[in-house]
Design a protein around this ligand. Structure first.
Ligand SMILES: [Zn+2]
Length: 366
């Protein structure tokens, strides 16, 4: 193994570039994973544009599929050479927030050593790859707290089949789980990007029997149908709130899933929600939200509003890969393009500008 590797790093707003970096040393609780496939997330595009700040020189990317190259001395039950994924979110799983049921909000490791790390609640801090520590768009990545975060890939599954598990599928399914869906529910999903598509698939798996998918792109709405949508609405050609209220006989949906992060989609998600229903928000918002008083029933509508960051950890990953292995859904169709790591700048250009019907891009070193 050479001491150097290629890595895509954030240079300055508008520039993510491939550079040479030293292959990191492996601490007792770490695992060094040789990346075989990774991908670019919408969040990485926010980083590229300078809308989400990260340290200059940080390796970006948070969706690893690879092979264990070297295990830390304290990591047990895995073997070098084993194929693994890790979640985009890598909590310690030993902290208070982890044991409080919100491991994705685990910031315990941010507290300087020697000081009490008992608390460590910090919103979104479970997201370390390509945010706090070097990420996955590289030849190698160091997985922290590997014992809790490495998930072996079942034999027979390809890299592409599990590439959505670390982030897109985990996040999208969490949107469905947070929507409190019951068998027979009517659910609307606002936006059918990769995460919204996974929320649509998740709503179907959870037992919703009328799923309404909303987007402005007919190609994405077609894919939504393949993944479980019963009705598709293009917001460019209809009034979505009116249509959903008509479809539900004026009752409103049992659950609304928001998968974009705009005032307009959040507001529509609330306007079509029945009293007592659940709004499950996955969007990443970049400005203050306003809650319309009438749709909110002045605060007396028994509405529930849930938010979430992607869940991580090996048990979450095992379950998601089990869904893939079961054949219940095929998310391979979300991987529309392939690029070598050497050409990742071109891949960013395609993905950021949403050209050529791109949904997800598989990036492969070598
Ligand atoms: Zn992501």
């Amino acid at each position: 193994m050479s001491a150097m590797m290629k890595a895509a790093v954030f240079v300055e707003p508008g520039r993510i570039e491939l550079t040479d970096k030293r292959i990191p040393d492996v601490g007792p609780n770490d695992a060094l994973v040789r990346i075989t496939t990774t991908t670019i997330c919408g969040t990485d595009v926010h980083i590229l544009k300078g809308e989400y700040p990260v340290t200059k020189g940080l390796t970006v990317g948070h969706e690893p599929v690879g092979v264990i190259e070297k295990l830390g001395s304290a990591v047990q039950g895995y073997a070098e050479g084993q194929r693994v994924i890790a979640g985009a979110i890598c909590p310690t799983f030993t902290s208070y927030p982890s044991q409080d049921g919100v491991p994705s909000q685990d910031g315990s490791y941010l507290i300087p050593s020697g000081r009490c790390g008992c608390h460590g609640y910090k919103a979104t801090a479970g997201w370390r790859f390509g945010n706090m520590i070097d990420g996955t768009q590289a030849e190698y990545v160091l997985v922290p707290d590997a014992q809790a975060n490495l998930a072996p890939i079942p034999d027979g599954l390809t890299d592409e089949q599990v590439l959505m598990c670390p982030d897109i599928m985990s996040t999208g399914f969490k949107g469905a789980e947070n929507a409190n869906i019951r068998i027979g529910d009517t659910v609307v999903v606002f936006a059918q990007g990769p995460i919204g598509l996974c929320a649509t698939a998740g709503a179907r798996l959870m037992g919703a029997t009328t799923i309404i998918a909303v987007d402005g792109n007919d190609h994405r709405l077609e894919i939504a149908r393949k993944l479980g949508a019963d009705v598709t609405l293009n917001f460019k050609t209809c009034d979505v709130v009116d249509e959903v209220m008509k479809l539900t006989g004026g009752r409103g949906v049992d659950a609304s899933i928001e998968a974009l992060g705009l005032q307009s989609t959040f507001e529509s998600a609330l306007r079509v929600l029945k009293p007592g229903g659940t709004l499950s928000s996955l969007g990443v918002y970049s400005s203050d939200l306003t809650i319309p008083l009438d749709a909110f029933a002045a605060g007396l509508g028994d509405h529930k509003i849930n938010t979430a960051l992607c869940p991580g950890g090996k048990e979450r990953m095992r379950r998601l890969m089990n869904v893939v292995e079961s054949g219940r859904i095929d998310l391979g169709l979300l991987v529309t393009h392939h690029y070598a790591l050497d050409n990742i700048v071109d891949a960013y250009d395609l993905f950021a500008n949403q050209r050529d019907g791109v949904l997800k891009v598989a990036i492969k070193p070598n």
